[in-house]
Design a protein around this ligand. Structure first.
Ligand code: NZQ
Ligand code: ZN
Length: 393
C-alpha cells in the first residue's frame, strides 16, 4: 500500500426529502447571495428548481439563476456565469443537476473569487488556484461524482480542448442527494452514468501496486453493486433502492476512496476527453467506446490483476490466469453492450476516423508532447494512437 492523504469534507445529505435541507445548508456554509447554476431544463421540468427557489424566498435568501449549462460545459458560458456572479455579488454558488452543472458551478466559483485572473489559467496551469467561493450541490444524476470529487472538467470551446483540474478547492461543501429526482432520467443517460461510475473505480484499480487489500475489496464491492443495481435501474428507472445504490456508488467512486494507497491511471478518461471535445459525445459513452481497447493493450502488463478482477467482480473462475484475464475484459465489454453503450467508434456515432485524425487526437492528448498518460502502461502519442486505432471500427 502506498502512502496517501484522504480528506473529503463534503457534507452528504442523502435520501427522500433531502432537498428540503438545501436552504439551511447554504446558510450553514455562509451563503446569503446565491447564484443557482443548472442545465438545459430538466431541473425546471421536474419541479426541483422551483422547490429550492421557494425555500430561498421563504428564508429571504437573495438568489439569481444561471441556467443553460451544456453537457460538457463550455468556457464561454462559464464566463457569462462569472459575470453574473460578480454583478450580483454572489457569495455562494449552488449547482442543481449533474456533473456538468456542478463543474460549471465550480469554475464560476473560482473565477468569481479571483476575477483578476482569467479562470482558464487555472486549467492550463498558468495560474495556481488558491481560493474559491463555496459551492453546494443538489444532485439529479448518478454519474460523474463531481458532488464529492476534487475535480472539475470543462471544455474551451475556442480551442476544442477538454481539460480537468484537480484541487482541494473543487470539493463542494455539501451534496444533497435524493434518488427520487433521478427518476426522470432517460435510460441512455442512466447507462452513461453507470459506465462513468465503474470507470472511476476501474481507472484506480488497474494500477501497479501489490498488497492493498482493503482498498481492493472496497473497489470490487463497488463495482459489483454498480453492475447489479445498474441492471435493475435500467429495467425500472423509478426503482428507489437501485437508484440509491447507484447514487451512493457514484459519489464514493470518485471521492478517492476506491483507489487509496495506489496511484491513479485515468488514461481512458484522458483519451475520452479528446473525443468529448472534438465530437461533443457524452462522457460515459466516450469511456465505454475505449475501455475494451485500452484493456486489451494493457492486459499483458499485469495479467494477474486482470484475472483477479475477473474472479472478484464477475465471478469468473478459470484455472488459466491468461484466460481469466481475457474473460474479465470480454465480460465488461458485454455488459456495456447490454447497457446499449458504444464499445467502438462507429457505435459511438463518430464513424471510422482517418489515420490523420487519430494522430491529431493522440498528439493533443499528450498536450502536444508534454506528457504521457496512465500508470499501468504509460502511453505516449504512439501508445494512445494504438488504443484509438483498436477502437476505430
Ligand atoms: O441539462 P439538463 O436539462 O439538466 O439535462 C441533463 C443532461 O442533458 C440530463 N439530466 C440530468 N439529470 C436529469 C437529467 N434529465 C432528466 N432527469 C434528470 N434527473 O442529463 C444530461 C447529462 O447531464 P450531465 O450533468 O452532463 O451528466 P453527468 O453527471 O454525466 O456529467 C458529465 C460531465 O461531468 C464531467 C464530464 O466530463 C462531463 O462534462 N466529469 C466530471 C468529473 C468531476 N468533476 O469530478 C469527473 C468525470 O470523470 C467527468 O469527467
Ligand atoms: Zn468520468
Amino acid at each position: 500500500m502506498n502512502e496517501f492523504a484522504f480528506h473529503t469534507p463534503t457534507e452528504i445529505v442523502f435520501g427522500k426529502g433531502a432537498e428540503a435541507k438545501t436552504s439551511a445548508l447554504i446558510q450553514k456554509y455562509g451563503g446569503s447571495r446565491v447564484l443557482i447554476v443548472y442545465g438545459g431544463g430538466s431541473a425546471v421540468r421536474s419541479g426541483l428548481l422551483g422547490q429550492i427557489e421557494n425555500q430561498l424566498k421563504q428564508d429571504r435568501i437573495e438568489y439569481r439563476l444561471h441556467g443553460g449549462v451544456k453537457p460538457n460545459p463550455i468556457a464561454s458560458h462559464i464566463r457569462e456565469g462569472i459575470k453574473a456572479a460578480l454583478d450580483f455579488q454572489a457569495d455562494f454558488i449552488l449547482a442543481v443537476g449533474g456533473g456538468s452543472a456542478i463543474d460549471e458551478a465550480k469554475a464560476i466559483a473560482h473565477g468569481a473569487k479571483t476575477p483578476q485572473t482569467d479562470f482558464l489559467a487555472f486549467w492550463t496551469g498558468e495560474a495556481e488556484l488558491t481560493a474559491s467561493l463555496p459551492v453546494g450541490t443538489v444532485l439529479t444524476i448518478a454519474a460523474a461524482g463531481s458532488e464529492t470529487s476534487a475535480s472539475a472538467v470543462i471544455t474551451n470551446d475556442e480551442t476544442e480542448q477538454k481539460r480537468g483540474l484537480g484541487s482541494p478547492h473543487n470539493r463542494p461543501c455539501f451534496a444533497v442527494m435524493n434518488p427520487e429526482w433521478t427518476f426522470t432520467l432517460p435510460k441512455a443517460q442512466i447507462a452513461c452514468g453507470i459506465v462513468d461510475i465503474m470507470m472511476h473505480t476501474l481507472e484506480r484499480y488497474f494500477t501497479p501496486v501489490d498488497g492493498n487489500r482493503m482498498t481492493d475489496e472496497i473497489a470490487e464491492g463497488l463495482l459489483r453493486v454498480t453492475i447489479d443495481s445498474g441492471r435493475v435501474a435500467l429495467n425500472n428507472p423509478s426503482d428507489y433502492d437501485a437508484m440509491s445504490e447507484l447514487m451512493w456508488c457514484g459519489s464514493l467512486s470518485h471521492s478517492g476512496l476506491t483507489g487509496l494507497g495506489r496511484p491513479i491511471d485515468f488514461s481512458v478518461h484522458q483519451m475520452g476527453h479528446e473525443l468529448g471535445a472534438r465530437f461533443d459525445v457524452s462522457h460515459g459513452a466516450s469511456l465505454s467506446a475505449l475501455w475494451g481497447s485500452w484493456a486489451e493493450l494493457c492486459r499483458p502488463e499485469d495479467i494477474k490483476r486482470f484475472a483477479r478482477y475477473a474472479q472478484s467482480v464477475w465471478g469468473i473462475s478459470c484455472l488459466d490466469v491468461g484466460e481469466a484475464a481475457r474473460a474479465g475484459i470480454e465480460q465488461t465489454v458485454e455488459y456495456f453492450k447490454e447497457l446499449r453503450m458504444p464499445t467502438c467508434f462507429t457505435e459511438l456515432g463518430i464513424g471510422v476516423l482517418p489515420e490523420e485524425d487519430i494522430l491529431k487526437l493522440a498528439e493533443s492528448c499528450t498536450f502536444h508532447g508534454k506528457r504521457k498518460i496512465g500508470q499501468l502502461m504509460p502511453l505516449d502519442a504512439e501508445g494512445i494512437a494504438k488504443v484509438y486505432r483498436m477502437a476505430n471500427r
